[in-house]
Design a protein around this ligand. Structure first.
Ligand SMILES: *[C@@H]1O[C@H](CO)[C@@H](O)[C@H](O)[C@H]1NC(C)=O
Ligand SMILES: *[C@@H]1O[C@H](CO)[C@@H](O)[C@H](O)[C@H]1NC(C)=O
Ligand SMILES: *[C@@H]1O[C@H](CO)[C@@H](O)[C@H](O)[C@H]1NC(C)=O
Ligand SMILES: *[C@@H]1O[C@H](CO)[C@@H](O)[C@H](O)[C@H]1NC(C)=O
Ligand SMILES: *[C@@H]1O[C@H](CO)[C@@H](O)[C@H](O)[C@H]1NC(C)=O
Ligand SMILES: *[C@@H]1O[C@H](CO)[C@@H](O)[C@H](O)[C@H]1NC(C)=O
Ligand SMILES: *[C@@H]1O[C@H](CO)[C@@H](O)[C@H](O)[C@H]1NC(C)=O
Length: 320
């Protein structure tokens, strides 16, 4: 596995050049951005030398595939898809970590979709903005995708093809829309197809709609579902037996329908973290509830900001 990690590499700090080469200060291209592009080049097989213009000297705004904003001189777009389809390799690149950089509002480059060997892609918290390129739907080997902390815009339908995905983080973006659309495969945008999904994180977005039992039908391997702070409603029937066994469930600020502690929680054998704060639930906490957390290990339960009543039995506190 080729490990590419420019974690912590801050584009905004021009003096942090990673010792690649010294830039020429007489050109419009922003030095720190040139260094980032050179990092990209280093990690991509380029047997045809298509990126020969990507050199230590010269104006990086004049490099193949690079488009700079002609007012600010910031690198604005990377157009490498056309080259990458045939000639730029990356077959052996399996792990690409671009997190915690500052790409200053650049769109996630669509050529990443041609790095077919990728199993791990993390462009999180990297200052990307704009639409997520639909080409990412071609990364058929992808197991891990973290799009958190960027990417106004939309979630492309093609991500429904990432059938090997086990961990998908969409949290803290401005993604909007009806979350049911990302679960339903009747509708092309589909997480409902992602039956390998183990961890799904969609908290702090602007999703709204009603999520129901049917949306979880294929999510048989789901262990971690973190979805706090959205405008969502979970509608389930009292006799629902979910297809998953969750370890962590966080639905803070959702509405629950019916507005009580869901009886299906009784089916969960390994739950160790539950956040149902501010979900508008009321009633007496049933005794079975405390037995859910008897599996062991450290547990937490957050039921704050609701209208619940009842006794917290002594017996469980020993296990916590
Ligand atoms: C841009 O690239 C072309 C061809 O590669 C070259 O002739 C030209 O001098 C370059 N311009 C600048 C400003 O670097
Ligand atoms: C910026 O560049 C584009 C493409 O070369 C051009 O059409 C546009 O007029 C330029 N804008 C300014 C403000 O120079
Ligand atoms: C992202 O793009 C939108 C639309 O172009 C723009 O309004 C917004 O300011 C951008 N945000 C960042 C962080 O670049
Ligand atoms: C995926 O790759 C195929 C070629 O293998 C191409 O025709 C198609 O447009 C690509 N799809 C996306 C979403 O990029
Ligand atoms: C969902 O899976 C079905 C059956 O495997 C497939 O036909 C469909 O294209 C998939 N949808 C998406 C969006 O991947
Ligand atoms: C579950 O997966 C099957 C096969 O891929 C698909 O046909 C069906 O629509 C999926 N169901 C949901 C709710 O996504
Ligand atoms: C539950 O979620 C809310 C909202 O995200 C958060 O403020 C709170 O700290 C969480 N509770 C626990 C115990 O983590």
């Amino acid at each position: 596995m080729i490990l590419v990690s420019i974690l912590g590499f801050l584009l905004s700090i021009a003096s942090f050049t990673l010792g690649l080469c010294n830039g020429n200060l007489n050109v419009p291209c922003i030095e720190s951005e040139r260094q980032t592009l050179l990092m990209f080049k280093k990690d991509i097989d380029d047997p045809w030398n298509l990126l020969s213009s990507w050199a230590c000297e010269g104006d990086c705004c004049n490099w193949t595939g690079v488009v700079c904003d002609n007012l600010t001189d910031h690198v604005h777009e990377l157009h490498l898809a056309g080259y990458s389809d045939q000639k730029l390799g990356g077959k052996h690149l399996s792990h690409l970590d671009l997190s915690r950089n500052n790409f200053k509002g650049l769109q996630i480059p669509s050529f990443l979709g041609s790095l077919r060997g990728l199993r791990y892609l993390d462009p999180s918290d990297a200052g990307f903005n704009g639409t997520i390129p639909h080409q990412l739907g071609n990364l058929s080997s992808l197991r891990y995708l973290d799009l958190s902390y960027n990417l106004e815009g939309e979630i492309p339908d093609s991500l429904g093809n990432l059938c090997k995905l086990t961990s998908f983080d969409l949290s803290s973006n401005n993604f909007m829309g009806r979350v049911s659309e990302i679960f339903e495969s009747s509708i092309p945008v589909s997480l409902g197809n992602l039956s390998g999904l183990y961890e799904l994180v969609i908290e702090h977005n602007s999703f709204e709609s009603v999520v129901s039992e049917v949306h979880f039908t294929n999510l048989t391997r789901l262990k971690i579902f973190i979805a706090n702070e959205n405008s969502l409603t979970l509608k389930t029937s009292p006799d629902w037996v979910p297809p998953f066994q969750l370890v962590e469930l966080s639905l803070s600020s959702w509405r629950l329908d019916p507005s009580e502690l869901p009886t299906w929680l009784q089916s969960q054998k390994y739950l160790s973290a539950l956040n149902m704060s501010n979900t508008g639930i009321s009633g007496t906490i049933p005794t079975w509830f405390w037995n859910i957390f008897s599996y062991g290990g450290e547990n937490y339960v957050d039921l704050s900001y609701n209208q619940l009543s009842g006794e917290v039995p002594n017996i469980v506190s020993a296990n916590w």
